[in-house]
Ligand binder design. Structure first.
Ligand SMILES: Nc1nc2c(ncn2[C@@H]2O[C@H](COP(=O)(O)OP(=O)(O)O)[C@@H](O)[C@H]2O)c(=O)[nH]1
Ligand SMILES: [Mg+2]
Ligand SMILES: [Zn+2]
Length: 312
């Protein structure tokens, strides 16, 4: 029995790395203990026990899932189940763009909440900075920085900002998440030019990227000489990021600028923060401590959790 790292896979066939050998593995038996209830049983970053095939070193059987440190999940509405995007992360890199596809700050706000709920450090990457940020994008990016998030403004195309990002990710396992076409694969390529991931032009017709990455994959990127390597997971582009396992009542705890106000409203913990007099969160919105757009994100996510319907 050897311990292996899941690099990728679909259905019941997974690429598992043991030492430096990658083998194609199936799950032994019908269910993998600890992996029940998800859209997919395993994600890149998972650690598993592998029984090597006695006759073929390129094959094996997955016999057990080792305990996860954390997992990054989104609700898959079509599949009606939580979808594992990556496991055992040190950081979630939330990639967004000022344009092409259009700036979607609410996607970022949602992914921030999910990362926060899993206690995984989020990092925001504004790719395609070469296209320029308009006032609206600049305003939201500045606000994320103000409330304590780290934001990197980069361009996979020109290479701007990539040095700092690479240094920040060295020695860590990070998952790149974002809508299709924001440049996740391009960024991963640019961080290590020896890789040749497939990137495709944003389809002009739909003004969003075509799905070139249909499954997640874990890649080891070489750092500069003397630098630690970067382990990154390229995740499939998701159009909608719905939350999983976050209760409406605790949502404000995952908004750092609201967190400390929870419980201090006149109506205490029963305040809905929507119209009550003496609501400290509404007061914070009026005084600018909470950005109106962030409050709007909070409202919509709360509505989504309460109704089960995506609201954007
Ligand atoms: N202008 C500009 N285009 C970029 C940049 N990074 C990626 N792209 C383009 O955006 C498109 C989608 O990139 P891709 O990496 O496939 O996105 P993914 O779906 O998130 O993996 C491709 O046409 C890339 O050439 C960038 O920094 N600036
Ligand atoms: Mg891609
Ligand atoms: Zn309140």
């Amino acid at each position: 029995m050897t311990e292996g790292l899941v690099l990728g896979g679909t259905n019941n066939l997974f690429e598992v790395e043991t030492d430096s050998l990658v083998s194609l593995c199936r799950i032994k038996g019908k269910v993998l203990k600890g992996a029940e209830g998800y859209y997919n049983p395993l994600a890149p970053g998972d650690r598993v026990s592998v029984e090597p095939d006695a006759h073929d070193a390129a094959k094996g059987m997955i016999t057990a899932l080792l305990a996860r440190k954390n997992h990054f999940v989104r609700w898959n509405q079509k599949g009606c189940a939580p979808q594992l995007l990556a496991s055992n992360l040190d950081s979630v890199v939330i990639v967004t763009t000022p344009a092409e596809p259009p700036f979607r700050p609410r996607f970022v706000d949602r992914a921030l909440v999910q990362a926060q709920a899993e206690r995984i450090e989020p990092v925001i990457v504004v790719n395609k900075a070469d296209l320029g940020l308009d006032d609206d994008a600049e305003d939201r990016v500045t606000d994320w920085e103000r409330i304590g998030y780290t934001v990197y403004r980069v361009s996979a195309r020109t290479g701007a900002g990539l040095e700092e990002l690479r240094v920040a990710l060295a020695g860590r396992l990070s998952a790149f998440v974002g809508q299709s076409g924001v440049g996740k694969s391009s960024l991963i390529n640019a961080l290590d030019p020896s890789l040749a991931l497939r990137t495709q032009a944003v389809s002009a017709k739909h003004d969003r990227g075509t799905h070139t990455t249909t499954k997640g994959v874990l890649l080891h990127l070489a750092g500069r000489p003397g630098e630690k390597r970067l382990d990154v997971i390229d995740t499939p582009g998701v159009r909608r990021f719905m939350l999983h396992d976050v209760a409406a009542g605790s949502l404000a705890l995952y908004f750092p600028e609201m967190e400390d106000l929870v419980g201090s409203c006149s109506w205490g913990m029963s305040c809905s923060h929507e119209n009550e007099p003496g609501c400290k969160i509404l007061e914070a919105v009026y005084s600018g401590v909470v950005h109106e757009a962030r409050y709007e994100s909070w409202l919509r996510i709360k509505e989504e959790i309460e109704t089960g319907r995506f609201s954007d």
